[in-house]
Design a protein around this ligand. Sequence first.
Ligand SMILES: O=C(O)CCC(=O)C(=O)O
Ligand SMILES: [Fe+2]
Length: 352
Amino acid sequence: MPGLVKFPTFPEGVHTHPLLVIDYDLLKAGDQDEIDRLWKAATELGFWYLKNHGMDDEVNAMFDLGAETFALPPEEKMPYHYQQDSSSFGYKSMGATVIDEKGTKDSTETMDVAQDDVLAYPTKVHHAYPPPVGAAMAATVRPFVRKSMAVSFCVLGVMDGKLGLPRGTLAGLSRPEERSGSTVRLIRAPPANSPAGQTFLSPHTDFGSLTILHNRLGGLQVLVPGGEDWQYVKPLEGHAICNIGDALNIFSGGIMRSNIHRVVPPPKEQAKFERWSLVFFTRPSFDAPMRALTEQSTLIADAAANAPAGKFETGVTAGEWLARRILTTRTNRFKDGDTYKAGFKGTEDLKI
Ligand SMILES: O=C(O)CCC(=O)C(=O)O
Ligand SMILES: [Fe+2]
């Protein structure tokens, strides 16, 4: 974040859900207890804190880059806006997407920098970015992406083992050499001086495999399985918040949980401040089929066999899945609530 900005600590007395804390150093070392705890987190809630990820410096540098980029005047950001009919790579201005079935426009600015563009820079693969991003590519963006990829691939490797998949299976569905929707996202949400009940990000499951989130202020909430009420996830200094997305839910025949979450203004005194998040989304290669890996694991085959027929055979690729969910939120495409709900649907099994 705009590292020098001081903000009030997360308040007492708000309904908060604790997450398991997973130690990345222990995971990398193959510690069996830690692996078991990660498995518990990934299958029960689908969210956990990650400590000792070793990327605090890269995260702070990314927040500074976000501040520099979003501070540009609109005429210097808009040329890098995402294209209406394609992916969300690039800059997104406030109001360019809708956040609910009523067609309410969003109030955040975002910048998505594609992993493919970061790795190939200065060759452009998907999109162009404002000059501060290019200038920071080698020193800031690429180191952040590399460390985030290492975390993701470590988690995917652990999941291979637990799911009974041949080693490297899940990473093989997100090979950096193949084009994918994997991306870094910076999000700036304004201070919440607007009507109560405002939402920054409506209830959703994440579209890809694994999400690694760094935030400073509260506002992220989860709907705990079987529960009715939204509970805050408290940001913890130096801890990332990780969660499972739709692709891992589908690949695993529903064993891993892609849990529904949303973002509302930060609680109490924190609401007066701008809210910044930095997210790294690992998503499968565009060509990867979104279906349960039943041939490679009896555990997955059994899980899929117990689910309603076809539930984990989506018939689409990861690229198509992503495009459907992303394009549904475009303000210029919004038609009506039913079309929105059908188009935005993820793997949630809870009612939105
Ligand atoms: O900003 C946050 O805390 C969460 C963001 C999120 O859920 C998303 O970008 O998918
Ligand atoms: Fe999310």
